[in-house]
Design a protein around this ligand. Sequence first.
Ligand SMILES: *[C@@H]1O[C@H](CO)[C@@H](O)[C@H](O)[C@H]1NC(C)=O
Ligand SMILES: *[C@@H]1O[C@H](CO)[C@@H](O)[C@H](O)[C@H]1NC(C)=O
Ligand SMILES: *[C@@H]1O[C@H](CO)[C@@H](O)[C@H](O)[C@H]1NC(C)=O
Ligand SMILES: *[C@@H]1O[C@H](CO)[C@@H](O)[C@H](O)[C@H]1NC(C)=O
Ligand SMILES: *[C@@H]1O[C@H](CO)[C@@H](O)[C@H](O)[C@H]1NC(C)=O
Length: 438
Amino acid sequence: MPSYHKYMSTFLCSILLYSLCLTYSVESTGDLTFDFIHRDSRHSPSYDPSITRFQRLRQAVDRSLSRKSLLTALRSKSSGESITAPIIPSDYEYLMKIKIGTPPAEQVAIADTGSDLTWTQCKPCTECFNQSLPLFDPSQSSSYRPVPCDSPQCTESGSSPSCGDACQYHVLYGDGSYSVGELATEILTFDGDVSFPNFSFGCGFNNVGSFSDGSGIVGLGGGSISIVNQLNDSVGGKFSYCLPLQDSNATSKISFGSSAVVAGPGVVSTPLVKKSPPEDTFYYLTLEGLSVGLDRIANAEPELLPSLETNEGNIIIDSGTTLSILPDEIYNRVEAMLEGAVEGERVEAPGDPFRMCYKKEDGFSSPPVTAHFKNASVVLAEEGVFLEVEEGIVCLTLVPSEGDVCIFGNLHQMNYQIGFDLVEEQLNFLPTDCSNPQ
Ligand SMILES: *[C@@H]1O[C@H](CO)[C@@H](O)[C@H](O)[C@H]1NC(C)=O
Ligand SMILES: *[C@@H]1O[C@H](CO)[C@@H](O)[C@H](O)[C@H]1NC(C)=O
Ligand SMILES: *[C@@H]1O[C@H](CO)[C@@H](O)[C@H](O)[C@H]1NC(C)=O
Ligand SMILES: *[C@@H]1O[C@H](CO)[C@@H](O)[C@H](O)[C@H]1NC(C)=O
Ligand SMILES: *[C@@H]1O[C@H](CO)[C@@H](O)[C@H](O)[C@H]1NC(C)=O
């Protein structure tokens, strides 16, 4: 038996081959809506005033980069095998409240459209990171059922060689964080006591990494074990969320089912590009270019936009990554355009991955930046484009990709109602003040 660390280092490859092919049946109980709170919010149980926003941002950025490297690893694998849960947790993140078990025990976990498996830390822990809520204790829940090794869920998963009495899962993140535990079924409960029996999730007994105070991950990706697919009889391929500004103390909602339709005046729509396993976890969009300043869009002269030749599905929309990671070519053009348009004193970037930084001072101003997705132009919330990453220094939160992985991160999704319609294969954006939803 190799040492655990060695095991983990070779594990990155094997996890990519770990698959779960499950079929689900749940009763239709109508629409679901529940709270979506920013983890820095005072309403968040993880709110810790002693951690500075700079530390939070730094952690989030490290994780964004980790995700990038994990995705690069995924991309380099041959397709045809699905993956359980490539996840990147983030401190500058959005948390979701759910309840698990009988009686229902509250969990607050990172909402992640970039991964599938939902997992939470469980008692007894071999190793657990600190979380603010009590650990989930399966022995106190009458509905907890480990998924046996010989069950279809587990055998079809090509499960771990160490599978003993129950089916074991492993989730490994790009930065070396991980969660290991048993695959189990439970009753999953949302607001208004809307509940679903037989929900497969990971009960994590050995969890290491910078997950901060949350209890785990809620997987909202496109893969079969995602909450979106397990509950599809009720969700019907539709969910939507609204991410409030990082600095607001607002609580917002994520909704599933017919109440999650984002439509009407002001809505712009872009196609979701489907890819086959293992990349079915990710929601791909087509980013044609970005522009700086509102005039260019108003003029709508396409040759003025720095548009690349259309590259179908060239970017992932991910609620679990903070920064946006752009194709180098798009990044370089945006930086050049901003260079001429930003007012302020440029300073050296305090560190990777930031490239473009300014002194934070009264004179600083930057023009609006717009992301041009196929058929949909999205003006990025001003508050998310430059962020104070160190005392007195603001940096551009768009960064270049060093590989071929591009991500539209959560800072740039703020203040839009974002509707995923997996049946129509469309993503809808509606400008919304997510701190004061109607
Ligand atoms: C729970 O779900 C699994 C996988 O879909 C299925 O095989 C099993 O029969 C279900 N169990 C119950 C009690 O519904
Ligand atoms: C976790 O909490 C314990 C008890 O409050 C504390 O002593 C420890 O330093 C914390 N660990 C981390 C990594 O924050
Ligand atoms: C989800 O439900 C919708 C509506 O019933 C259906 O059209 C779609 O095929 C389902 N998706 C999956 C993955 O089963
Ligand atoms: C959020 O709450 C903190 C702490 O109570 C307060 O200092 C801050 O002004 C609030 N921010 C907003 C935008 O309300
Ligand atoms: C383009 O956007 C409009 C709304 O702005 C929408 O009605 C239409 O379906 C979209 N077309 C595609 C191909 O996404």
